[in-house]
Design a protein around this ligand. Structure first.
Ligand code: NAD
Ligand code: DAU
Length: 349
């Protein structure tokens, strides 16, 4: 039985990936290591928590002795590393927690793998990263796997550092690694600090919709399950030492997405046409706000046969329906420490 460690499996993308692997590969044993920070939520995984090929371990990837003991005990064959501090706005408020988890935490995992994998055959360290490491684009062009790194927020700089560490362990110690850099994900179970779930939640509660700057920044959106599918394909078919970009070929200006959400939700909530759009409020821009991200995922499509499965409008409807049907999931989050974060981030902005 192949023993796989997935880190950050109680988060947004991680929980989709863990579910996919637990269902699809009954002959793999999946250990989900997650510190359950504000972003980690075991409610995301209740449907698989008793599966015979799954175990959850609560722990911090920056805790070196704990991580090394876990590797020694479990004898993992592979790691898929997603655990991270993931929100750009929080990285502006508290950069050091991003340096700690994303840089140090990745280093600790790499070291544990290096120490324990005396025989490197059939081992793999898969590092899940972001397109933000490439910096910001102007009106035209795309990020490819050879675009030079130019991270501009504490979040993206910490992810870029972790990518470099992963590649350094490959070049220096021959650690078998693969890296993927993905664009903005959306879908169910996303923490309502990110654009889409925050706007959906605020529309549901008729609260102001805080659009940064003029709302003209562009992001490339991908259905989270398509990201999980891409990771599955790269994990099994990707070439060791390579990098794969993952994206939706689906660019949207923020303000256009917010208008679209308002229109769809007015219908679903039986509101008059245009009612939710009145909630749109332009607020002070994010510091150092990257203008545009756009991924060229041709390599992944051509070499490994992946492509996005879902049209954006269809995915958005599914996402909205999930949030409308899971108000308790959202309200358990928004009634806790989220309130404090929200006030700090948005009040008097
Ligand atoms: P998330 O914030 O929803 O989840 C992160 C998870 O990591 C949480 O469960 C949290 O508890 C856990 N975690 C945080 N610090 C930890 C620590 N020190 N030890 C152990 N666990 C810890 O993030 P996400 O959006 O699911 O992103 C997952 C990964 O994918 C990240 O590495 C992120 O950089 C990358 N990524 C995200 C996106 C996106 O659009 N969300 C796009 C591209 C890449
Ligand atoms: O590109 C991949 C990255 O996408 C991931 O690596 C990150 O983990 C993920 O958080 C995401 O980063 P962004 O900063 O692009 O996502 P966010 O949802 O925070 O913001 C999307 C856009 O919406 C961005 O231009 C800022 C804007 N925004 C965001 C929020 C939360 C607003 O206008 N208002 C808001 O309240």
């Amino acid at each position: 039985m192949k023993k796989i460690l997935i880190t950050g499996g109680a988060g947004f993308i991680g929980s989709h990936l863990v579910r996919l692997f637990v269902h699809k590969y009954p002959d793999y044993f999946i250990t989900n290591l997650d510190a359950l920070t504000y972003a980690g939520n075991l409610e995301n995984l209740t449907d698989i928590e008793n599966s015979p090929n799954y175990a959850f371990v609560k722990g911090d990837i920056t805790d070196e002795s704990f991580v090394e003991a876990l590797f020694e005990e479990k004898k993992f064959d592979a790691v898929i590393h997603l655990a991270a501090e993931s929100h750009v706005d929080r990285s502006i408020l508290d950069p050091m927690s991003f340096v700690k988890t994303n840089v140090l935490g990745t280093g600790v995992l790499l070291n544990a793998a290096k120490k324990n994998w005396t025989d490197l055959s059939n081992k793999l360290f898969y590092h899940v990263s972001t397109d933000e490491v490439y910096g910001s684009l102007g009106e035209v062009g795309f990020f490819t796997e050879t675009t030079p790194y130019d991270p501009r927020s504490p979040y993206s700089a910490s992810k870029a550092s972790s990518d470099h560490l992963v590649r350094a362990y490959h070049h220096t110690y021959n650690l078998p690694v693969v890296v993927s850099n993905c664009s903005n994900n959306y879908g169910s179970h996303q923490f309502p600090e990110k654009l889409l779930p925050l706007m959906i939640n605020n529309i549901m509660h008729s609260k102001p919709l805080p659009v940064y700057g003029k709302g003209e920044n562009v992001r490339d959106w991908l259905w989270v399950e398509d990201h999980a599918r891409a990771i599955d394909i790269i994990f099994h078919k990707g070439i060791v030492g390579e990098t794969y970009n993952i994206g939706g070929f689906n660019e949207w200006k923020n303000i256009d997405i917010v208008h679209l959400l308002c229109r769809i939700m007015d219908k679903k909530l039986n509101r008059a046409e245009g009612e939710s759009e009145k909630l749109i409020t332009y607020v002070k821009d994010r510091a150092g706000h990257d203008k545009r991200y756009a991924i060229d995922a041709t390599k992944l499509e051509k070499e490994l046969g992946w492509s996005p499965s879902l049209q954006f409008e269809e995915g958005l409807e599914k996402t909205i329906d999930w949030y409308l049907a899971n108000e308790t999931w959202v309200s358990r989050i928004t009634s806790g420490s989220y309130k404090q974060y929200y006030d700090q981030q948005y009040t008097k902005r």
